[in-house]
Design a protein around this ligand. Structure first.
Ligand code: PEP
Ligand code: CO
Length: 453
């Protein structure tokens, strides 16, 4: 198959996006310093391998066929300060817990993809932020500038891209060790539950399910299945993803696969295009059209069928299942009116896509000065997503979440009933509010029921 994607401006190369309009790029103050960093990065080893990205693509084709479910989740923004083994372990724990709830509850393989090991850059609705009459450039993620509200801190610094690379590589290294080295062993399913969750209704429900899994494993052993030496019970496949926002960085990480000659963006297994950069004729779409990783595109309430069809034509001209995931993030207000026509139009155009729901980004509100989300809105958008796909005869294939393994108080509601006044207790996100461990589990139990029915 030809790996050159052509369009009006000529053949695709890793740098051909530069001829297109690229929104949401930082204004780096020193072009020379940026070039030096990018040149250094382009000589560094890949973070992921092409073969792994191909493996994920094949697994996403199973999702497109209704044979598996996609669980994608992690921080809104990773930070340089929260870089430590416990933090990475706890995020993995909550994703493994959710996955086991979904796998067991829905009797369906669950594909685990983290928003992790590279999710350091943020698109912003406004270029500046004003506090007490002082206006400064917005924080664009630790990959670009510092969250501290001073003029110096907000100047984009390209050496941060090197830190992003290093932290991503070290994070993935630890994730590989955790998922291959015994931590993700199904026989340790109880150990993924955290002490502070144990007494909660979700924690107890999880313990019960973990005990059932334990008994099922013992049953298999009694039947003569060699559970001990079968890696399927002891290891999990875990993939990485982030928004491909900073195109200079993504270009520097793009390499030609020696086996196939195809180009891969080796910064993560899966890359997605955000709601603010999904112009079918823009630089982000163009750049990702030429790499062979699986690609996601966020689609908000203003997305039209024509745009979705144009995006698919650019990003998946061969219409291969597993290449393209549409991640709808309509918000609870718009989802009932905006989702059905979009799903119908894409279905009628015969496009092979995975449909996933991001019930976070359309449901952000401000309460008591905090950016937050109501658990009930999140759950309701997921319910409507399942309902619409059921009605249109399409497949609800995945869930895209902002979550953390910590016991934070960033989203309202859930069984813990986090209220307006509780937000200040543990509000720690560097960007958007995340579901905490208990809220994430609660959602997983509900989604498992939706898949089953
Ligand atoms: C995100 O996923 O962090 C994000 C900014 O989402 P969206 O592009 O859908 O607004
Ligand atoms: Co976010």
């Amino acid at each position: 198959m030809c790996h050159m994607t052509t369009n009006s401006l000529g053949p695709w190369t890793p740098d051909s996006w530069q001829a297109y309009t690229a929104p949401q790029q930082p204004e780096w103050p020193d072009d020379g310093a940026l070039k030096e960093v990018l040149s250094t990065l382009s000589g560094y080893p890949p973070i992921v391998f092409a073969g792994e990205a191909r493996d994920l693509r094949a697994k996403l084709a199973d999702v497109a066929a209704g044979k598996a479910f996609l669980l994608q989740g992690g921080d809104c923004a990773e930070t340089f300060s929260a870089f430590g083994a416990n933090n990475i372990r706890d995020k993995l724990k909550v994703i493994l817990q959710m996955a086991v709830v979904l796998t067991y509850g829905a009797q369906m393989p669950v594909l685990k993809v983290g928003r992790i090991a590279g999710q350091f850059a943020k698109p912003r609705s406004a270029n500046t932020e004003t506090v007490d009459g002082v206006e400064l450039p917005s924080f664009r993620g630790d990959a670009v500038n510092d969250i501290t509200f001073t003029a110096d801190a907000r100047v984009p610094d390209p050496t941060r891209l090197l830190r992003m690379y290093n932290q991503s590589a070290a994070t993935l290294n630890l994730l590989r060790a955790f998922t291959r080295g015994g931590f993700a062993d199904l026989e340790r399913v109880h150990a993924w539950n955290q002490q502070f969750v144990l007494d909660s209704p979700q924690g107890q429900r999880y313990e019960q399910l973990a005990s059932e899994i334990e008994r099922a494993l013992k049953f298999l052993v009694a039947c003569g299945v060699d559970v001990a030496s079968d890696p399927r019970f002891h290891e999990v496949d875990f993939f990485t993803s982030h928004e491909a926002l900073l195109l200079g960085y993504e270009q520097a990480m793009t390499r030609q696969d020696s086996l196939t000659g195809e180009w891969y963006d080796t910064s993560a297994h899966m890359l997605w295009i955000g709601e603010r950069t999904r112009d079918p004729d823009g630089a982000h779409t163009h750049f990702l059209s030429g790499v062979h990783n699986p690609i996601g595109v966020k689609l908000g309430p203003t997305a039209t069928v024509d745009e979705a069809v144009a995006l698919a034509a650019r990003l998946n001209p061969e219409n291969e299942p597993g290449r393209l995931t549409f991640i709808t993030r309509m918000g609870v207000e718009a989802v009932e009116s905006a989702l059905p026509p979009l799903v119908r139009g894409v279905r009628d155009a015969g496009l092979n896509v995975v449909w996933s729901v991001d019930p976070m980004h359309g449901n952000t509100i401000t309460v008591a000065g905090y950016k937050t989300r109501r658990f009930e809105d999140v759950l309701q958008e997921v319910r409507v997503f399942f309902g619409v796909h059921h009605q249109e005869g399409t497949l609800p294939g995945g869930l895209h979440m902002e979550l953390t393994g910590e016991n934070v108080t960033e989203c309202l509601g859930g069984a813990q009933d986090i209220a307006d006044l509780d937000l200040q207790t543990r509000y720690e996100t560097a960007c958007d509010p995340r579901l905490n461990n208990q809220q994430s589990l609660e959602l997983a139990f509900s989604v498992a029921e939706m898949i089953r029915s």
